[in-house]
Structure formats: structure tokens, C-alpha cells
Write a protein that binds this ligand. Structure first.
Ligand SMILES: [Zn+2]
Length: 89
């Protein structure tokens, strides 16, 4: 009644695993077997497929951007900002 979960979390171990593996999948670090498993899961699980699509698109965008110009100064500033943010209290 007072349950409020508009977007229930994916607590299925299979999904957790799949998403976990997803990153390796996108990095091309998986064996053919693992790849097939993931692919199979994505076929049946729309929420993981969505996550996959998003990550995959992101990867493409990022890799494209990176091939373009990323000035060292910007890279340094970003790294510095990240360090600052994580170190800030
Ligand atoms: Zn799933």
C-alpha cells in the first residue's frame, strides 16, 4: 500500500551479473562464451538491453570524441577537477 517503487531495482542476480559483464563486453574483453551468454540475456531482458544500448552509445560517442582533439590542458583540468571533487569535504 505504501510501497513506493516506481522503478523497481534490478535485484535479479542474473541481471546484476549481466550488467557487470556488460562493461567488459563493451571493452571487448570477453571470451566468445561469455559474449554469447550476455547476448542471450540481452535478447530476453529488455531492461538490460536498454542499459546496454545506452552504454554502447556512450562508448561510441566517447571514443569518437577522444579521437578528435582533447587538449592536454583540458585533460589535466578535468583530472584535477575530479581529484578536487573527490577530495573535497
Ligand atoms: Zn537482465
Amino acid at each position: 500500500m505504501d510501497q513506493q517503487d516506481p522503478q523497481p531495482e534490478q535485484d535479479e542476480p542474473e541481471c546484476q551479473q549481466a550488467l557487470d559483464t556488460l562493461y567488459h563486453f563493451l571493452d571487448g574483453e570477453l571470451t566468445d562464451d561469455r559474449r554469447r551468454l550476455i547476448q542471450h540475456h540481452l535478447d530476453e531482458c529488455s531492461s538490460c538491453l536498454e542499459a546496454y544500448d545506452f552504454e554502447a552509445e556512450l562508448k561510441v560517442v566517447i571514443s569518437r570524441r577522444c579521437r578528435d582533439v582533447v587538449p592536454d590542458s583540458l585533460r589535466t583540468r578535468v583530472a584535477q577537477a575530479l581529484a578536487d571533487a573527490s577530495g573535497a569535504v
